[in-house]
Ligand binder design. Sequence first.
Ligand code: ADP
Ligand code: MG
Length: 319
Amino acid sequence: MTTEFEIIRRHFTRQARTAALGVGDDAALLRPRAGSTLAVTTDMLLAGRHFFADADPESLGHKALAVNLSDLAAMGAVPRWALLSIALPRADERWLAAFSRGLFRLARRFGTELIGGDTTRGPLAISITAIGEVPEKLALRRDAARAGDDVWLSGATGEAALGLAHLRGRVRLRGSAREACLRRLHAPEPRVALGRSLRGIARSAIDVSDGLLADLGHVAEASRVAAELRWEDLPRARAIAECGSAALARDCLLAGGDDYELAFTAPVSARPRILAAGKKSRVRVTRIGSILKGRPEVRVRDARARVVAAPRAGFDHFA
Ligand code: ADP
Ligand code: MG
């Protein structure tokens, strides 16, 4: 029988490199760099709610960490350490090996070290806490957008939600569109390099995990401003443009969720530096709207200034 300690030793223990003390003691010991602020975030994934119980464990390991690194990216922080709390229905060696492979592969790519966690038996649940660093006063926050700022978006939204709609039988995707959407859903790429290079350039940022409108709504609330997006300027992945349903495409674009792109605001004077930051971090950045004075809300208008009907608040296409 595999014990809790064998699971930890076999699957979740690696030589500590940057931590003063990693897995194995009552607590890890960290040495933050002088002058940096720690950015700390946690996200929980539950079987049946955030993923299917039979989901591929390697993707799950990737995604559980990726969603946390995305939060750090949105703060302009660089990831350094992570803690993993996991409840497992049983000690399934193959599952654990695949899960930790997915997790450690992403961790290595982003220089993130697993420094501890907790392992218990129970219905499958995964909670990761990620810790990153950002130079003092340079963190990108939600409450710093100002009237006159441009609104920018990395990459494009909607593909992950379209992939989920496909898995749920609401749409039939094929070929490369299907592949692209499922990759976005299962293996999101946190925009760490972009977040870092937006330090001191962007004014506010958020990562888009619950849908573009909902997440920009948080920026509007926190900054006490309104945001207006230009419908035609929203970047559209091919799968979205070609999915065959205008309503589904619109809902995925504006309210899909699971995108893990960065939405951020910056003064007009920063345009060239933002384009350069996108180029340097190899991710497309698109100007999609403006921040305005007024009641905190997010509106979308088309080229003829008509308001684009947004999915109702709390509306969930896939529930
Ligand atoms: P304690 O009982 O003192 O809380 P545990 O027995 O829970 O310690 O864990 C022993 C060590 O293994 C600790 O350093 C803990 O951080 C680490 N650990 C436990 N589970 C995990 C996990 N899933 N991933 C990484 N480290 C873990
Ligand atoms: Mg414990």
